[in-house]
Design a protein around this ligand. Sequence first.
Ligand SMILES: NC(=O)C1=CN([C@@H]2O[C@H](COP(=O)(O)OP(=O)(O)OC[C@H]3O[C@@H](n4cnc5c(N)ncnc54)[C@H](O)[C@@H]3O)[C@@H](O)[C@H]2O)C=CC1
Ligand SMILES: N[C@@H](CC=O)C(=O)O
Length: 347
Amino acid sequence: MTEYKIALVGFGGVNRALAQLIAERNARWQQELGFALKIVGVTDLFLGSVIDRDGLDAAKLAALPAEKGALAQFPQGSAEAFNEAVIKQSGADIIAEATFTNPKDGEPAATFCRWALEAGKHVVTTNKGPVALHAQALKALAKANGVSFEYEGAVMSGTPVLRMARQTLAGAGLVGFEGILNGTSNYVLTRMEEGLGFADAVAQAQALGYAEADPTADVEGHDVRLKVVILANELLGACLQVNDVACSGISRLDSAAIQQAQAAGQRWKLIGSASREADGSVRASVEARLLPGNHPLAGISGATNAVAFDTELLGAVTVSGPGAGRVETAFALLSDIVAIHTAGRSA
Ligand SMILES: NC(=O)C1=CN([C@@H]2O[C@H](COP(=O)(O)OP(=O)(O)OC[C@H]3O[C@@H](n4cnc5c(N)ncnc54)[C@H](O)[C@@H]3O)[C@@H](O)[C@H]2O)C=CC1
Ligand SMILES: N[C@@H](CC=O)C(=O)O
Protein backbone atom coordinates (compact mmCIF):
# COMPACT_ATOMS: atom_id res chain seq x y z
CA MET A 1 0.00 0.00 0.00
CA THR A 2 1.29 3.44 -0.90
CA GLU A 3 1.25 6.10 1.80
CA TYR A 4 2.06 9.69 0.91
CA LYS A 5 3.31 11.95 3.67
CA ILE A 6 1.75 15.38 3.25
CA ALA A 7 2.41 18.76 4.87
CA LEU A 8 -0.27 21.45 4.87
CA VAL A 9 0.90 25.04 4.39
CA GLY A 10 -1.89 27.47 5.31
CA PHE A 11 -4.53 25.86 7.50
CA GLY A 12 -7.66 27.86 6.64
CA GLY A 13 -10.88 26.60 5.09
CA VAL A 14 -9.40 24.50 2.30
CA ASN A 15 -6.58 22.60 4.03
CA ARG A 16 -8.73 22.10 7.13
CA ALA A 17 -11.36 20.51 4.87
CA LEU A 18 -8.62 18.29 3.42
CA ALA A 19 -7.67 17.19 6.96
CA GLN A 20 -11.34 16.39 7.60
CA LEU A 21 -11.55 14.34 4.39
CA ILE A 22 -8.38 12.46 5.35
CA ALA A 23 -9.89 11.72 8.78
CA GLU A 24 -13.08 10.41 7.22
CA ARG A 25 -11.96 8.78 3.98
CA ASN A 26 -8.38 7.49 4.21
CA ALA A 27 -9.44 3.84 4.45
CA ARG A 28 -11.76 4.25 1.49
CA TRP A 29 -9.04 5.98 -0.56
CA GLN A 30 -6.69 3.09 0.15
CA GLN A 31 -9.19 0.75 -1.49
CA GLU A 32 -10.44 3.01 -4.26
CA LEU A 33 -7.35 5.03 -5.15
CA GLY A 34 -4.51 2.77 -4.01
CA PHE A 35 -2.98 5.23 -1.55
CA ALA A 36 -3.50 6.77 1.85
CA LEU A 37 -2.36 10.15 3.17
CA LYS A 38 -0.47 10.83 6.40
CA ILE A 39 -0.24 14.43 7.62
CA VAL A 40 3.31 15.02 8.92
CA GLY A 41 3.27 18.81 9.23
CA VAL A 42 1.00 21.83 9.36
CA THR A 43 1.92 25.50 9.34
CA ASP A 44 -0.24 28.61 9.41
CA LEU A 45 0.52 32.28 10.01
CA PHE A 46 -2.28 32.55 12.57
CA LEU A 47 -2.36 29.06 14.13
CA GLY A 48 1.39 28.27 14.37
CA SER A 49 3.00 25.03 13.24
CA VAL A 50 3.65 21.41 14.12
CA ILE A 51 5.74 18.56 12.72
CA ASP A 52 5.29 14.89 13.55
CA ARG A 53 6.98 12.48 11.19
CA ASP A 54 4.95 9.61 12.67
CA GLY A 55 1.73 11.33 11.59
CA LEU A 56 -0.66 13.81 13.14
CA ASP A 57 -4.25 12.99 14.10
CA ALA A 58 -6.24 14.34 11.13
CA ALA A 59 -9.54 14.48 13.05
CA LYS A 60 -7.92 16.43 15.88
CA LEU A 61 -6.42 18.85 13.36
CA ALA A 62 -9.75 19.34 11.60
CA ALA A 63 -11.39 20.16 14.95
CA LEU A 64 -8.66 22.60 16.03
CA PRO A 65 -10.11 25.82 17.45
CA ALA A 66 -9.55 28.84 15.21
CA GLU A 67 -7.50 30.59 17.92
CA LYS A 68 -4.16 32.31 17.55
CA GLY A 69 -1.31 29.84 18.16
CA ALA A 70 -3.68 26.86 18.52
CA LEU A 71 -1.18 24.41 16.98
CA ALA A 72 0.93 24.82 20.13
CA GLN A 73 -1.62 22.46 21.75
CA PHE A 74 0.02 19.54 19.93
CA PRO A 75 3.10 17.89 21.44
CA GLN A 76 6.00 19.42 19.43
CA GLY A 77 3.64 22.20 18.29
CA SER A 78 4.49 25.90 18.29
CA ALA A 79 2.51 29.13 18.20
CA GLU A 80 4.96 30.32 15.54
CA ALA A 81 4.57 29.42 11.86
CA PHE A 82 7.84 27.69 10.93
CA ASN A 83 6.90 27.46 7.26
CA GLU A 84 10.35 26.64 5.93
CA ALA A 85 10.93 23.87 8.49
CA VAL A 86 7.54 22.29 7.82
CA ILE A 87 8.13 22.38 4.07
CA LYS A 88 11.73 21.14 4.12
CA GLN A 89 12.10 19.09 7.30
CA SER A 90 8.79 17.33 8.00
CA GLY A 91 9.66 14.43 5.70
CA ALA A 92 6.67 15.21 3.49
CA ASP A 93 6.47 13.83 -0.04
CA ILE A 94 3.76 16.34 -0.97
CA ILE A 95 3.21 19.95 0.09
CA ALA A 96 -0.40 21.17 -0.04
CA GLU A 97 -0.08 24.95 -0.36
CA ALA A 98 -3.28 26.88 0.47
CA THR A 99 -2.27 30.25 1.89
CA PHE A 100 -3.74 33.61 0.80
CA THR A 101 -3.71 34.42 -2.92
CA ASN A 102 -1.52 37.47 -3.51
CA PRO A 103 -2.54 38.85 -6.92
CA LYS A 104 0.41 41.27 -7.15
CA ASP A 105 3.46 39.01 -6.98
CA GLY A 106 2.16 35.63 -5.80
CA GLU A 107 4.32 35.79 -2.66
CA PRO A 108 5.06 34.31 -0.21
CA ALA A 109 3.25 31.30 -1.70
CA ALA A 110 5.53 31.23 -4.76
CA THR A 111 8.55 30.96 -2.44
CA PHE A 112 6.85 28.13 -0.49
CA CYS A 113 6.34 26.27 -3.79
CA ARG A 114 9.96 26.93 -4.79
CA TRP A 115 11.30 25.63 -1.47
CA ALA A 116 9.24 22.47 -1.80
CA LEU A 117 10.13 21.75 -5.43
CA GLU A 118 13.84 22.42 -4.85
CA ALA A 119 13.69 19.95 -1.95
CA GLY A 120 12.24 17.29 -4.28
CA LYS A 121 8.67 17.46 -2.98
CA HIS A 122 5.54 17.48 -5.13
CA VAL A 123 3.38 20.61 -4.78
CA VAL A 124 -0.41 20.73 -4.97
CA THR A 125 -1.91 24.19 -4.62
CA THR A 126 -5.22 26.02 -4.90
CA ASN A 127 -3.47 29.38 -4.78
CA LYS A 128 -3.92 31.42 -7.96
CA GLY A 129 -1.00 33.77 -7.32
CA PRO A 130 1.94 31.41 -7.95
CA VAL A 131 0.16 29.82 -10.90
CA ALA A 132 -0.93 33.00 -12.71
CA LEU A 133 2.37 34.78 -12.10
CA HIS A 134 5.06 32.08 -11.95
CA ALA A 135 3.69 28.92 -13.63
CA GLN A 136 6.44 28.56 -16.22
CA ALA A 137 9.27 28.90 -13.71
CA LEU A 138 7.61 26.59 -11.17
CA LYS A 139 6.83 23.95 -13.78
CA ALA A 140 10.45 24.08 -14.98
CA LEU A 141 11.67 23.75 -11.39
CA ALA A 142 9.38 20.77 -10.82
CA LYS A 143 10.68 19.08 -13.97
CA ALA A 144 14.30 19.71 -13.03
CA ASN A 145 13.68 18.07 -9.65
CA GLY A 146 11.63 15.14 -10.96
CA VAL A 147 8.45 16.12 -9.12
CA SER A 148 5.02 17.54 -10.00
CA PHE A 149 3.50 21.00 -9.66
CA GLU A 150 -0.31 20.59 -9.75
CA TYR A 151 -2.98 23.29 -9.38
CA GLU A 152 -6.38 22.04 -10.56
CA GLY A 153 -8.16 23.98 -7.79
CA ALA A 154 -6.81 27.32 -8.96
CA VAL A 155 -9.65 27.56 -11.50
CA MET A 156 -13.22 26.58 -10.61
CA SER A 157 -12.37 24.87 -7.32
CA GLY A 158 -12.95 21.09 -7.49
CA THR A 159 -14.71 21.20 -10.86
CA PRO A 160 -12.32 19.57 -13.32
CA VAL A 161 -11.46 22.21 -15.90
CA LEU A 162 -7.71 22.50 -16.44
CA ARG A 163 -6.88 18.81 -16.59
CA MET A 164 -10.10 18.00 -18.43
CA ALA A 165 -9.47 20.58 -21.14
CA ARG A 166 -5.75 19.83 -21.43
CA GLN A 167 -6.28 16.09 -21.75
CA THR A 168 -9.63 15.67 -23.45
CA LEU A 169 -9.86 18.71 -25.74
CA ALA A 170 -6.35 18.25 -27.14
CA GLY A 171 -6.67 18.39 -30.92
CA ALA A 172 -10.17 19.92 -30.86
CA GLY A 173 -8.78 23.32 -31.92
CA LEU A 174 -9.44 25.45 -28.85
CA VAL A 175 -9.75 29.09 -29.93
CA GLY A 176 -11.20 30.74 -26.85
CA PHE A 177 -13.39 30.55 -23.78
CA GLU A 178 -15.84 32.58 -21.78
CA GLY A 179 -17.00 31.80 -18.29
CA ILE A 180 -18.33 32.64 -14.88
CA LEU A 181 -15.15 32.01 -12.91
CA ASN A 182 -15.78 33.48 -9.46
CA GLY A 183 -18.12 31.82 -6.98
CA THR A 184 -18.40 34.80 -4.64
CA SER A 185 -19.45 37.37 -7.24
CA ASN A 186 -21.94 35.01 -8.84
CA TYR A 187 -23.35 34.19 -5.40
CA VAL A 188 -23.61 37.93 -4.64
CA LEU A 189 -25.39 38.68 -7.94
CA THR A 190 -27.83 35.82 -7.34
CA ARG A 191 -28.63 36.91 -3.79
CA MET A 192 -29.06 40.53 -4.94
CA GLU A 193 -31.60 39.33 -7.53
CA GLU A 194 -33.44 37.82 -4.57
CA GLY A 195 -33.46 41.20 -2.80
CA LEU A 196 -30.42 41.03 -0.49
CA GLY A 197 -28.11 44.08 -0.27
CA PHE A 198 -24.55 43.96 -1.67
CA ALA A 199 -22.76 44.07 1.71
CA ASP A 200 -24.98 41.37 3.25
CA ALA A 201 -24.52 39.12 0.22
CA VAL A 202 -20.72 39.52 0.42
CA ALA A 203 -20.84 38.72 4.15
CA GLN A 204 -22.79 35.52 3.42
CA ALA A 205 -20.23 34.49 0.77
CA GLN A 206 -17.47 35.04 3.34
CA ALA A 207 -19.27 32.94 5.97
CA LEU A 208 -19.71 30.12 3.45
CA GLY A 209 -15.96 30.06 2.75
CA TYR A 210 -16.23 31.26 -0.86
CA ALA A 211 -14.58 34.67 -0.61
CA GLU A 212 -10.92 35.65 -0.71
CA ALA A 213 -9.33 36.98 2.50
CA ASP A 214 -10.03 40.42 0.97
CA PRO A 215 -13.30 40.03 -0.97
CA THR A 216 -12.46 43.10 -3.05
CA ALA A 217 -10.54 40.62 -5.21
CA ASP A 218 -13.80 38.76 -5.88
CA VAL A 219 -16.14 41.67 -6.57
CA GLU A 220 -13.69 43.83 -8.54
CA GLY A 221 -12.76 41.00 -10.91
CA HIS A 222 -9.13 40.62 -9.82
CA ASP A 223 -9.63 36.95 -8.91
CA VAL A 224 -11.21 36.21 -12.29
CA ARG A 225 -8.35 38.03 -14.01
CA LEU A 226 -5.86 35.57 -12.46
CA LYS A 227 -8.02 32.64 -13.57
CA VAL A 228 -8.28 34.03 -17.13
CA VAL A 229 -4.49 34.33 -17.26
CA ILE A 230 -4.11 30.74 -16.02
CA LEU A 231 -6.62 29.34 -18.54
CA ALA A 232 -5.31 31.39 -21.48
CA ASN A 233 -1.65 30.59 -20.84
CA GLU A 234 -2.28 26.92 -20.12
CA LEU A 235 -4.84 26.12 -22.80
CA LEU A 236 -4.43 28.72 -25.54
CA GLY A 237 -0.64 28.84 -25.34
CA ALA A 238 -0.75 32.57 -24.56
CA CYS A 239 1.90 34.46 -22.61
CA LEU A 240 -0.46 36.86 -20.84
CA GLN A 241 0.63 38.92 -17.86
CA VAL A 242 -2.05 39.98 -15.38
CA ASN A 243 -1.99 43.59 -16.61
CA ASP A 244 -2.68 42.50 -20.19
CA VAL A 245 -6.24 41.64 -19.14
CA ALA A 246 -8.70 44.57 -18.98
CA CYS A 247 -10.62 44.15 -15.73
CA SER A 248 -13.74 45.54 -14.08
CA GLY A 249 -16.06 43.98 -11.52
CA ILE A 250 -19.61 44.02 -10.19
CA SER A 251 -19.40 46.61 -7.40
CA ARG A 252 -20.85 49.40 -9.60
CA LEU A 253 -24.08 47.38 -10.08
CA ASP A 254 -26.79 48.32 -7.59
CA SER A 255 -29.79 46.21 -6.57
CA ALA A 256 -32.12 48.26 -8.78
CA ALA A 257 -30.07 47.57 -11.93
CA ILE A 258 -29.83 43.87 -11.11
CA GLN A 259 -33.54 43.44 -10.41
CA GLN A 260 -34.54 45.58 -13.41
CA ALA A 261 -32.51 43.30 -15.68
CA GLN A 262 -34.09 40.26 -14.12
CA ALA A 263 -37.59 41.64 -14.67
CA ALA A 264 -36.67 42.06 -18.36
CA GLY A 265 -35.55 38.40 -18.57
CA GLN A 266 -31.84 39.28 -18.46
CA ARG A 267 -29.06 38.63 -15.92
CA TRP A 268 -25.88 40.46 -14.99
CA LYS A 269 -22.89 38.11 -14.88
CA LEU A 270 -19.17 38.65 -14.28
CA ILE A 271 -17.58 37.14 -17.38
CA GLY A 272 -13.92 36.26 -17.91
CA SER A 273 -13.03 35.52 -21.50
CA ALA A 274 -10.14 35.10 -23.91
CA SER A 275 -9.91 34.42 -27.63
CA ARG A 276 -7.24 33.88 -30.21
CA GLU A 277 -7.16 36.67 -32.83
CA ALA A 278 -6.44 36.29 -36.56
CA ASP A 279 -2.84 37.44 -36.00
CA GLY A 280 -2.31 34.68 -33.40
CA SER A 281 -2.38 36.97 -30.38
CA VAL A 282 -4.75 36.31 -27.46
CA ARG A 283 -7.12 39.02 -26.16
CA ALA A 284 -8.69 38.66 -22.75
CA SER A 285 -11.00 40.61 -20.49
CA VAL A 286 -13.03 40.52 -17.28
CA GLU A 287 -16.24 42.54 -17.12
CA ALA A 288 -19.85 42.48 -15.93
CA ARG A 289 -22.09 41.70 -18.90
CA LEU A 290 -25.85 41.80 -19.26
CA LEU A 291 -26.79 38.40 -20.72
CA PRO A 292 -30.08 37.56 -22.43
CA GLY A 293 -32.06 34.90 -20.56
CA ASN A 294 -31.33 32.27 -23.22
CA HIS A 295 -27.53 32.71 -23.04
CA PRO A 296 -25.90 29.41 -21.91
CA LEU A 297 -24.25 31.16 -18.92
CA ALA A 298 -27.38 33.08 -17.84
CA GLY A 299 -28.81 30.15 -15.88
CA ILE A 300 -25.71 29.66 -13.69
CA SER A 301 -26.64 30.70 -10.13
CA GLY A 302 -25.05 30.94 -6.70
CA ALA A 303 -21.46 29.78 -6.21
CA THR A 304 -21.68 27.58 -9.28
CA ASN A 305 -19.28 28.47 -12.10
CA ALA A 306 -19.25 27.50 -15.77
CA VAL A 307 -16.85 27.89 -18.65
CA ALA A 308 -17.71 27.45 -22.32
CA PHE A 309 -14.71 26.43 -24.44
CA ASP A 310 -14.92 27.48 -28.08
CA THR A 311 -13.44 24.76 -30.28
CA GLU A 312 -13.09 24.36 -34.05
CA LEU A 313 -14.21 20.74 -34.16
CA LEU A 314 -16.92 20.60 -31.46
CA GLY A 315 -18.20 24.15 -31.23
CA ALA A 316 -18.90 25.13 -27.63
CA VAL A 317 -18.06 22.65 -24.86
CA THR A 318 -19.34 23.85 -21.49
CA VAL A 319 -18.22 22.62 -18.07
CA SER A 320 -20.18 23.64 -15.00
CA GLY A 321 -19.82 22.91 -11.28
CA PRO A 322 -18.82 24.39 -7.93
CA GLY A 323 -16.58 27.45 -8.29
CA ALA A 324 -15.77 27.81 -4.59
CA GLY A 325 -16.23 26.07 -1.25
CA ARG A 326 -13.96 24.49 1.34
CA VAL A 327 -14.66 20.79 0.69
CA GLU A 328 -15.04 21.34 -3.05
CA THR A 329 -11.58 22.94 -3.19
CA ALA A 330 -10.05 20.32 -0.90
CA PHE A 331 -11.26 17.80 -3.46
CA ALA A 332 -9.19 19.63 -6.09
CA LEU A 333 -6.08 18.95 -3.94
CA LEU A 334 -7.05 15.28 -3.79
CA SER A 335 -7.48 15.20 -7.58
CA ASP A 336 -3.95 16.62 -7.92
CA ILE A 337 -2.62 13.89 -5.62
CA VAL A 338 -4.43 11.27 -7.70
CA ALA A 339 -2.69 12.72 -10.78
CA ILE A 340 0.70 12.49 -9.02
CA HIS A 341 -0.01 8.90 -7.96
CA THR A 342 -1.10 7.91 -11.47
CA ALA A 343 1.95 9.54 -13.07
CA GLY A 344 4.23 7.78 -10.56
CA ARG A 345 2.73 4.39 -11.36
CA SER A 346 3.08 4.83 -15.10
CA ALA A 347 6.66 6.20 -14.91
N1 LIG B 1 -12.14 28.85 -0.50
C1 LIG B 1 -12.35 28.59 -1.79
O1 LIG B 1 -13.48 28.34 -2.23
C2 LIG B 1 -11.21 28.57 -2.74
C3 LIG B 1 -9.98 29.02 -2.37
N2 LIG B 1 -8.94 29.03 -3.28
C4 LIG B 1 -7.64 29.52 -2.87
O2 LIG B 1 -7.11 28.59 -1.91
C5 LIG B 1 -6.31 29.28 -0.94
C6 LIG B 1 -6.83 28.95 0.45
O3 LIG B 1 -8.18 29.29 0.52
P1 LIG B 1 -8.94 29.25 1.94
O4 LIG B 1 -8.50 28.09 2.71
O5 LIG B 1 -10.36 29.45 1.63
O6 LIG B 1 -8.37 30.57 2.59
P2 LIG B 1 -8.35 30.97 4.14
O7 LIG B 1 -8.23 32.44 4.17
O8 LIG B 1 -9.46 30.29 4.86
O9 LIG B 1 -7.00 30.29 4.66
C7 LIG B 1 -5.73 30.73 4.30
C8 LIG B 1 -4.83 30.41 5.48
O10 LIG B 1 -3.51 30.69 5.08
C9 LIG B 1 -2.84 31.23 6.23
N3 LIG B 1 -1.71 32.02 5.75
C10 LIG B 1 -1.75 33.18 5.08
N4 LIG B 1 -0.52 33.61 4.81
C11 LIG B 1 0.34 32.70 5.33
C12 LIG B 1 1.75 32.58 5.40
N5 LIG B 1 2.55 33.51 4.88
N6 LIG B 1 2.27 31.51 6.02
C13 LIG B 1 1.47 30.55 6.57
N7 LIG B 1 0.13 30.63 6.54
C14 LIG B 1 -0.44 31.67 5.93
C15 LIG B 1 -3.88 32.07 6.94
O11 LIG B 1 -3.57 32.24 8.31
C16 LIG B 1 -5.14 31.25 6.71
O12 LIG B 1 -5.42 30.39 7.81
C17 LIG B 1 -6.39 30.77 -1.30
O13 LIG B 1 -5.27 31.10 -2.05
C18 LIG B 1 -7.65 30.86 -2.17
O14 LIG B 1 -7.58 31.89 -3.11
C19 LIG B 1 -9.08 28.52 -4.55
C20 LIG B 1 -10.28 28.03 -4.95
C21 LIG B 1 -11.46 28.07 -4.12
N1 LIG C 1 -12.87 33.48 -3.92
C1 LIG C 1 -12.89 32.56 -5.01
C2 LIG C 1 -12.51 31.20 -4.53
C3 LIG C 1 -12.08 30.34 -5.62
O1 LIG C 1 -11.17 30.63 -6.37
C4 LIG C 1 -14.29 32.51 -5.61
O2 LIG C 1 -15.21 33.01 -4.98
O3 LIG C 1 -14.42 31.98 -6.71
